[in-house]
Design a protein around this ligand. Structure first.
Ligand code: OXD
Ligand code: MN
Length: 590
């Protein structure tokens, strides 16, 4: 008798009408075959799906060029289809699930004609973890199949694990004909189903990532009592060898990957990475918060990644241990057959192909690599991988950091007064926008917990859930806010960032251990400058003072803007958050 998975795959094959159905096993041998087939397949505007790069300098690395209209997440085409709109909240596009399924079925009919339907069995999280989820994704492009091998734990054993259960996580993906007018990323939280058509881009197409591990998982977390978050997980080791585990949430392209991979500027301190994008957080029997990274790879922004900004990532990209490493929409140096991007820290190639495969020279005004060009690389290639990465129970979190890109107002770091106050600080965070999603650059966008594009239900209810999780912990992490991006009156960044951010993490750890005092302000505890370890850093006193300044005058317009955010969620906004708001307003004299 057919299993639930087989019945489901058959049903989708009848709809999509592929030439054949291929069940992946996630092996390296298979990945080689898929890459070889992709090299011969000109599926995207006459471009091959993969091109081999210089294997001597970039072992196991391949270049992929996407369809030119398909270079980022498409939030305006992303829907969360709960039975009612209220549950989805004002933070999500909503469509009635039956209507959405009818529309998607129409778009899917025959969409894989002449193509192969790949069946991808994988888990998000270590297969032995009690928190892992067993998933099946379908796709019609080898780029997605191979990317999923890097980003998830793909194996046939998942099929046995699911056995006769019907409630496995389902992902249906087809690039269709890349028509932006027929592009939709649909989530059906109650069915544990994501259905995505018309895009091959990471966040739209690797359905285990943003779609399942954040949007659907956040909803599962609400029902089951845990949190799915847009967070880095890292272990910071001090000179005595003690490791403190920290999570950090920052909106897309705010340096989250650099933080996760930081090479410390302070002697004796080391940062061990456990993940750069997603954390699943559970309250453990010890009353602490435990984190696992459901992913097993990095899907990072290439431009700006260099030996200066992120040496650990550059090492991972060249390591060639896990097969393969992918580059998407970078430029290609025609002399050396190497990938290149702006901010790589080396001079531009004399002669290159740009991200669309067009001839490019340094004198051109256009960018050679797309600003959202990416690498996909296994986390096992990381030289700073934490030895706890494969521990099924995860790591205990002592501090949670929230940040954003704010050129004024927000100090380099402050600590919240308590959990509830920290939830409010995280809820009001905002960032000047970036190119990772298709919207304008440089506009302030409020992004609670960096989850605005990823929370699969009403954000008011989500904040309530955060408060409820806090109430269940006897030993909750401390909550901090950071801002690496404050500028001076000459529009220059005040803080060097990157490896020097360890100085901030050291202060965070000192606060966790109760070894330093701090200054109480209306927004929380701000460091005494004397408690920062500034050895080896040249920074003037006025600059430091400005970095930590809490200017109450500037908080008035800020709070007026925060009010608008809170009001958007109506009755769903927890009264505790409003109380925090009113207290801050009073204390700030605003
Ligand atoms: C990402 C994003 O790709 O947040 O990680 O956009
Ligand atoms: Mn992200």
């Amino acid at each position: 008798m057919a299993t639930a998975i087989e019945r489901w795959v058959d049903e989708q094959a009848r709809l999509f009408k592929p030439k054949k159905v291929y069940w992946c096993d996630g092996s390296e041998k298979e990945a080689h075959e898929l890459v070889e087939a992709g090299i011969l397949d000109e599926q995207i505007e006459g471009q091959p799906v993969f091109q081999a790069l210089n294997q001597h300098r970039w072992p196991k690395a391949f270049l992929h060029r996407s369809h030119p209209s398909d270079v980022a997440r498409v939030e305006h085409l992303t829907y969360v289809c709960h039975p009612d709109k209220e549950t989805a909240g004002p933070n999500n596009n909503w469509m009635d699930p039956d209507e959405a399924k009818r529309m998607m079925a129409k778009l899917s009919d025959g969409a894989m004609r002449d193509k192969t339907m790949y069946v991808l069995p994988y888990t998000m999280g270590h297969p032995d973890s009690p928190y892992a989820k067993a998933c099946i994704q379908l796709t019609d492009i080898a780029y997605v199949a191979v990317s999923m091998r890097i980003m998830t734990r793909m194996s046939r054993s998942v099929i046995d694990k699911i056995g006769s259960r019907e409630d496995f996580v389902k992902g249906i993906h087809s690039v269709g004909d890349f028509d932006p007018n027929k592009r939709f990323i649909m989530h059906f939280p109650d069915d544990h189903l994501v259905w995505s058509i018309g895009s091959g881009y990471g966040g739209n197409a690797l359905l285990g990532k943003k779609c399942f591990s954040l949007r659907i998982a956040s909803w599962l977390g609400k029902q089951e009592g845990w949190l799915a978050e847009h967070m880095v997980i890292m272990g910071v080791e001090d000179p005595k060898g003690n490791v403190t585990y920290i999570t950090a949430a920052l909106p897309s392209a705010c340096g989250k990957t650099n933080l996760a991979m930081m090479r410390s500027a302070l002697p004796g301190y080391k940062v061990w990475t456990l993940g750069d994008d997603i954390a699943w957080l559970n309250v453990g029997p010890d009353g602490r918060l435990w984190a696992i990274n459901p992913e097993s790879g990095f899907f990072g922004v290439a431009p700006g990644t260099s030996m200066q900004t992120n040496p650990n990532m550059m090492t991972a990209l060249k390591k060639g241990a896990f097969y393969p490493t992918l580059f998407t929409n970078t430029a290609l140096d025609l002399d050396t057959n190497e990938p290149w991007w702006e901010g790589m820290g080396i001079p531009p190639p004399r002669s290159a192909l740009d991200w669309q495969g067009e001839h490019w020279e340094p004198s051109y005004k256009t960018k050679a690599a797309h600003p959202n060009s990416r690498f996909t690389v296994s986390i096992y290639n990381a030289p700073n991988l934490s030895k706890e990465f494969d521990d099924p129970k995860g790591v205990p979190i002592s501090a949670m950091i929230f940040g954003g890109k704010r050129t004024s107002l927000i100090p380099l770091v402050f600590e919240s007064l308590n959990w509830q106050n920290g939830v409010f600080a995280a809820a009001r965070m905002g960032s000047e926008t970036t190119a990772a999603a298709t919207h304008k650059e440089g506009v302030l966008r409020r992004d609670p917990m960096a989850m605005l594009p990823f929370c699969g239900y009403n954000m008011g209810d989500y904040l309530q859930h955060w408060l409820a999780i806090g109430a269940r912990m006897t030993n909750p992490p401390k909550i901090f806010a950071v801002n690496w991006f404050r500028k001076d009156e000459k529009n220059k960044f005040l803080w060097p960032g990157f490896g020097d951010n360890i100085r901030v993490l050291k202060w965070v750890i000192d606060r966790v251990n109760g070894s330093v005092e701090a200054k109480r302000t209306p927004i929380g505890f701000v460091p005494h400058i004397k408690d920062l370890d500034l050895r080896g850093l040249k920074i003037s006193k006025p600059k430091l003072e400005r970095l930590f300044k809490v200017d109450l005058k500037e908080w008035r317009p800020e709070l007026a803007d925060v009010r608008k955010l809170l009001e958007k969620f109506g009755d769903h906004m927890p009264p505790e958050i409003w109380r925090e708001y009113e207290t801050l307003k009073k204390e700030a004299g605003a």
